[in-house]
Design a protein around this ligand. Structure first.
Ligand SMILES: [Zn+2]
Ligand SMILES: [Zn+2]
Length: 208
């Protein structure tokens, strides 16, 4: 993660779908220049919508790929995959000031990323935030938060613990993999709501 004007060192967190590589390259070249490449790629977990372009991009840039060691068995099937486990001390290679946090439940080795200096949280799929302007949420006044993506989540007890873990970080800005970023006050209100009603909000299956 870099900010415009703060130099060119950056890391890519997650790689989208299998056909996302060209779009990601367009974005990073526009932001950091055509000669720039990330220090590393860090994956929040091994689902197809997060690792889809990792082989193509890591080969294009020739950079290491980090993922939680519990997640490795699910991703090593990719051809010539170069993933290595994240450092045990919680540091994020190429991202000074950031720590990875084990937030299992959605998957065994799921991680979120947190920068204590400004309390920015990259949630991954530990929970979903929805758009305020979505018609359904306006009509029903429903909460803008949900648990992790329902159909792929494997351990709901761990998922609930992970949501509590994220609450305890008191993030000032929370950025999910699916949905819209949310500011700290609104996020903590929504998190409290989710934690108090975890079974009905997170685990209820939406009507088709
Ligand atoms: Zn996922
Ligand atoms: Zn996802």
């Amino acid at each position: 993660m870099g900010r415009p004007g703060e130099g060119t060192e950056w890391v890519l967190v997650d790689t989208g779908l299998e056909n996302s590589a060209d779009f990601i390259l367009q974005c990073t070249e526009k932001r950091f220049g055509t000669q720039s490449k990330p220090k590393a790629i860090i994956l929040t977990h091994g689902h197809f919508d997060h690792v889809g372009s990792v082989v193509k991009l890591s080969e294009h840039w020739d950079v290491p790929v980090y993922i939680h060691e519990l997640e490795l068995p699910y991703v090593t099937g990719h051809i010539s995959f170069r993933a290595v486990p994240l450092p045990h001390d919680g540091s994020c290679p190429g991202m000074p000031g950031w720590k990875w946090i084990h937030t299992p439940g959605h998957t065994e080795g799921h991680i979120s990323l947190f920068r204590a200096q400004d309390r920015t949280l990259l949630i991954g799929d530990a929970l979903i935030l929805t758009k305020q302007e979505s018609l359904r949420s306006v009509m029903t006044h429903e909460e803008r938060i949900s648990g992790p993506p329902k159909y792929l989540t494997t351990d709901w007890v761990a998922a609930e613990q992970s949501v509590k873990h994220l609450r305890d970080l008191h993030p000032a800005l929370a950025i999910p993999s699916h949905g819209e970023p949310m500011g700290g006050a609104e996020f903590s209100q929504n998190l409290d709501l989710l934690i108090e009603n975890f079974d009905s909000i997170a685990k209820s299956v939406p009507q088709q």
